[in-house]
Design a protein around this ligand. Structure first.
Ligand code: ATP
Length: 292
């Protein structure tokens, strides 16, 4: 009788409510169902967010490595943007940090602790994911935000909504926070859904953040609201941004140009432009395309 419940509990504990990409998580679990706590795993302490990839090699099939001997270090609170051609491995790098996949060689540490020695719940509970696919369930806006942290107070929920630039929308709705969304309720736009996911992460308040920037075009005003909310969300948290549009990552502490051969170059926006390498070429190509 308890078995199914235990299973549900395990899923809920392992996949903290802040994790916005629920569907992706299901997809991922279908890919590597064998990822589980090590027998001697212990709960990670509250993390500062010093992230290190040490000689990481990984491929979805062992004979086809996507990452080879990758070295990457991010100081607590820093924002690192990953740019580069499609298929280069940006998403893959980010998927390894919450241990959606297991590295084949090398190791990943946070605050010097190998992530494989942490329980999955304590690791994933400290990584906020903002993905393109937002997982919302049929229920009120309040319930959907509160999913970021059960037991959050009314004040905390309102504060998260405000920081995610959702307050104007909520004020416009007849039932405010209690407005039901989904098939039987109000349909939210792509930009509104994204802000709802951002509100969840504000509530979750994790030390580490992974942002998968939307590729789909949003109107300029929505775009600006989301960029502002994300900039505020990233402040003081170790952040990895998968950037598709270079205009949005100028302020990153460091930009990594990821190619199939590995990290081709890294530096600040100004440094990389001056270096006259692949970043400068990507930049020129993107602005030329935008001007067309
Ligand atoms: P994009 O900018 O298009 O999102 P990316 O740089 O994030 O690209 P990844 O998604 O990390 O690139 O993909 C790196 C390589 O791994 C690609 O060759 C891709 O086809 C492959 N790949 C990605 N996900 C999987 C998966 N779940 N199973 C098998 N191969 C995968």
């Amino acid at each position: 009788f308890y078995r199914p419940l235990e299973k549900i509990n395990a899923v809920i504990e392992t996949y903290p409510r802040g994790l916005a990409g629920f569907r992706s998580y299901l997809d991922l679990m279908a890919t590597q169902p064998d990822i589980a706590d090590a027998p001697d795993a212990t709960a990670a302490p509250p993390l500062r967010g010093a992230v290190r990839f040490e000689g990481v090699t990984f491929g979805y099939t062992p004979d086809r490595p996507v990452l080879r001997d990758l070295e990457l270090e991010v100081a607590p609170g820093q924002t690192v943007a990953l740019v580069g051609p499609s298929g280069a491995g940006k998403t893959t790098i980010c998927s390894l940090l919450p241990r959606f996949y297991e590295v084949q060689a090398g190791r990943i540490t946070i605050d010097g602790i190998d992530i494989r020695s942490m329980t999955l719940a304590s690791l994933r509970g400290q990584i906020g994911l903002v993905q393109q696919d937002v997982f919302l369930f049929a229920g009120s806006i309040r319930q959907n935000i509160a999913y970021g942290r059960l037991g959050a107070s009314e004040e905390d929920i309102r504060d998260a909504a405000r920081r995610a630039r959702l307050d104007a929308l909520i004020a416009d709705l007849p039932e405010g926070l209690d407005t039901v969304i989904g098939e039987r309720g109000v349909k939210l736009s792509g930009g509104q859904k994204q802000r709802l996911a951002i509100a969840r992460i504000f509530l979750m308040n994790p030390p580490i953040l992974i942002l998968d920037e939307a590729t789909s075009a949003l109107d300029t005003e929505t775009e600006r609201a989301i960029q502002q909310a994300l900039a505020e969300l990233a402040r003081g948290r170790t952040t990895l941004v998968i950037a598709h549009r270079l205009a949005t990552i100028r302020d990153a502490d460091r930009i990594l140009v990821v190619t199939e051969q590995g990290i081709a170059e890294q530096g600040s926006h100004a440094e990389l432009l001056a270096a006259d390498g692949p970043y400068r070429r990507l930049h020129a190509a993107q602005f030329a395309a935008a001007a067309e």
